[in-house]
Ligand binder design. Sequence first.
Ligand code: HEC
Length: 133
Amino acid sequence: MAFDKQRFIIAISLLTAFLSYSFYIYSSLPVKDYHISEQSNNGKMVWQKYNCIACHQLYGLGGYLGPDLTNVYGIRDTYYIRSFIQNGTNIMPAFHLSDKETTELISFFKTINETGSSDPRTFTIQPNGTIKQ
Ligand code: HEC
């Protein structure tokens, strides 16, 4: 009987530790509340509809035929991006998107660009092992 009581106390302590640590972790996540405009959200749908991720990456994930586009908005001007999307090149297909779809895509790129950098060379590793961008 005494043995069972001991087990019970251990189980309760582990459960309490688990719950308090989970609460601590989830209440201090470094996630910002980004506002995503309707235009940008539509851009995300265009991105998915034409499967741009088949050749491009966001945050380093995706296909590797084309470049990572996480920060394309910060690196290139909008005319450059627009002309790539509408005309393509000899290795990127021309999607003949409408002006509206292109503007929405660019708005999506703007939002993604604001969420951080995908280039690991710009990351700083902090003493506790996390990454600061
Ligand atoms: C079949 C593969 C493929 C698909 C699908 C594709 N791309 Fe590309 N994309 C490429 C390649 C390859 C390049 C580099 C082309 C070059 O430099 O000539 C590129 C370049 C770009 C660039 C210019 C990037 C830079 O910094 O120079 C943009 C912007 C872009 N793509 C947007 C898109 C969007 C938006 C879509 C979806 C509508 C898309 N791509 C779908 C292959 C693709």
